[in-house]
Design a protein around this ligand. Structure first.
Ligand code: ACM
Length: 619
């Protein structure tokens, strides 16, 4: 009987959670990324108009304000915020505090969130408290109410990896500052902490450099953009395209990210992917030019020449960049730099003779080492794509492994830090399902499950070597993603899977459990205006069955969504084919039935039409 009462209470406390009392599994609380430890306790905390928030210091006060504002939005309650420590016996409190000295976590991102009947405690460094708030907010119900009962629990949580990244290419297509802020908001909710901003490309230089105004006057604009890959030879759209971020806008993004405990790492591509810079300053190339900002996608042969003029230019550019970005890292690209021009260049060949370099790979390595010296001289560290291994790694370089994991494995074996970002799991410009059932489909097929399946810690490495794997990152390349809606469709929900790859304990991760926890997040993403890929309805699977009667049972994939079904191969009609209950279908032997389903969200947004084939086979 007592058991029944407390079960009921907990049920109502965490309204939208269904878990059984006594089973203290993190998987049953829909927090993404999955916390390391969740202990459900007895009783509940009632959050109401009498609840007061205490912040022990200024860092805590920032977090307390975020919570205050979020509670006001969610519940319509403006809770008073007090700076200082509460009375030890006081109740109905929310307290933000440093971790006690005896329990000071070695990881400044590790947090404790303790909901007891008397108080809610957010504990840890300012960053840790921020993450505790993110977990807490994911426990709030979506519907407004003036009081809220929260089941008592304790979460102790710490990230698996230090670098939890999202990369965005703004060279091919530029994103607005407002859209970048929207992405940063999403990252923060998922405890992602690194925004890798790919700022320069063959098709556009996007960062204002005061000393070299032509980089943006000329390098930020292309005369047109190639139409899709299907046009061979390439056809342009005839529409000029371009833009750049002023240094003020860059500072605005950095500050916005910092408030969300996100580091912004700039990428300035060298020696390749630099045609836009060469269009502005052709004297930096090995041939006279002229060059134009690229209008097609690909890898281009015109790259920086390894001349003293180039090194001086790069030093000046990188100095301005390093003065702007507080991050301890600068990404210098290093990928996809063909050596054609260097092979034919007297200047490049003379550098090789002078430095005793055997081939152009060693010349690239020399190039990167010189750039690393510039970066190190400002107290910062260099990161590059895995091509920087070729010809020998610069002494302190961090390797971002993208052409598979091999580069990362080789770098870790040499004692270098590694960020794993292999194309097979981490490239969010790849498609995510059967082509004809997607809104946008590019090459490749990296499903949500595939992203989730990634373990960034390769078996080939020893325990010690695995320590060099600093983290993992998703990359968004924008050749074929010209709009925020397309980017959102490619990034969500895959970013939620990547957040869990980056944060959660490998042995606790399970895709089926993740999908269950993900379910309420779709409604959250909708409320936050994210045009995510709408998942397939549950139950829409290919069937091979004996001819005869069959029941089609579907479940809407997002709370409040409506399904529309056709079984004759036509497009589902939103005026008359709403799915209301399981449908009886007649399967004919030797015939295929094409079942098509359209999902329409409460806000009117449509999925792509998704389908399954039902085949009637012999009895
Ligand atoms: C890359 O995808 N070229 C790093």
């Amino acid at each position: 009987m007592v058991m029944m009462v407390s079960m009921k209470r907990i049920f109502w406390s965490l309204i939208f959670l269904c878990f059984a009392i006594g089973t203290a599994h993190a998987q049953q609380v829909p927090i993404i990324p999955l916390p390391q430890s969740v202990q459900l306790q007895s009783g509940h905390f009632e959050l109401n108009a009498g609840t007061r928030i205490f912040a022990m210091d200024a860092g805590a006060q920032d977090n307390a304000r975020i919570l205050q504002q979020s509670v006001q939005l969610a519940l319509g309650l403006k809770l008073p915020l007090v700076l200082g420590a509460p009375d030890a016996r006081a109740k109905n409190l929310i307290v933000f505090a440093d971790a006690p000295k005896s329990e000071v976590a070695t990881n400044r991102e590790a947090y404790r969130l303790h909901i007891s009947p008397q108080r809610i405690l957010f504990e840890g460094s300012a960053t840790a408290q921020f993450y505790a708030v993110q977990s807490f907010l994911q426990l709030l119900p979506s519907k407004k109410s003036t009081a809220l009962k929260l089941a008592a629990l304790q979460i102790d949580d710490t990230p698996r990896f230090a670098w939890r990244g999202l990369h965005l290419d703004v060279g091919r297509h530029m994103s607005s500052v407002a859209f970048i802020k929207k992405l940063l908001d999403q990252m923060a909710q998922l405890k992602m902490n690194t925004f890798h901003w790919h700022l320069t490309e063959d098709q556009g230089w996007r960062i204002e450099i005061k000393r070299y105004p032509k980089l943006t006057q000329i390098g930020a604009y292309r005369k047109e953009t190639m139409k899709g890959k299907q046009f061979n030879p390439t056809v342009g759209d005839g529409v000029a395209y371009g833009g750049f971020y002023t240094q003020e806008q860059i500072k605005e993004v950095i500050a916005y990210a910092a408030q969300r405990h996100i580091m912004v790492v700039p990428e300035i591509e060298l020696p390749g992917h630099s045609q836009a810079a060469l269009a502005a300053y052709p004297e930096l190339a090995c041939t006279p030019g002229p060059f134009e900002v690229a209008t097609t996608w690909g890898v281009f042969e015109d790259i920086y020449c390894p001349s003293e003029a180039t090194f001086q230019f790069l030093e000046n550019v990188l100095t301005e960049v390093m003065d702007l970005f507080p991050a301890p890292y600068v990404h210098i690209g290093g990928d996809e730099a063909p050596k054609t021009r260097w092979k034919a260049s007297a200047v490049a060949q003379e550098v090789m003779r002078r430095e005793g370099l055997k081939n152009e790979e060693e010349l690239q390595s020399y190039f990167i080492r010189r750039v690393e010296k510039m970066i190190n001289s400002k107290g910062k560290r260099l990161i590059g794509w895995d091509e920087i291994l070729e010809g020998g790694l610069a002494p302190d370089a961090t390797v971002m492994s993208w052409r598979g994991e091999e580069g990362g494995i080789a770098a870790a074996k040499q004692g270098h830090d590694v960020i794993m970002s292999p194309t097979a799991w981490c490239y969010f410009d790849a498609g995510q399902g059967a082509k004809e059932q997607e809104m946008w489909q590019l090459e490749g097929n990296i499903t949500l499950e595939k992203v989730y399946s990634y373990d960034p810690s390769p078996k080939e490495l020893s325990r010690e070597q695995r320590h060099f794997i600093r983290g993992v990152q998703a990359n968004v390349w924008t050749e074929y993603l010209p709009t925020p809606e397309k980017i959102e469709y490619m990034v969500f929900p895959r970013l939620l899977a990547m957040a869990e790859v980056a944060w959660s304990v490998q042995s606790q991760r399970d895709f089926a459990q993740f999908e269950q926890r993900l379910s309420p997040h779709y409604a959250r993403l909708s409320r936050q205006g994210i045009a995510y890929r709408i998942p397939r309805p549950v139950g829409l699977d290919d069937v091979k069955s004996k001819a005869g009667m069959l029941t089609l049972t579907l479940q809407a994939p997002v709370e409040g969504s409506q399904l529309f079904v056709s079984v004759d191969g036509s497009e589902p009609d939103t005026r008359k084919s709403a799915y209301k209950k399981p449908m009886k279908l007649k399967l004919v032997r030797g015939k295929n039935m094409v079942v098509k389903v359209l999902t329409v969200l409460a806000d009117g947004r449509h999925s792509a039409v998704q389908q399954a084939i039902f085949s009637g086979v012999k009895k």
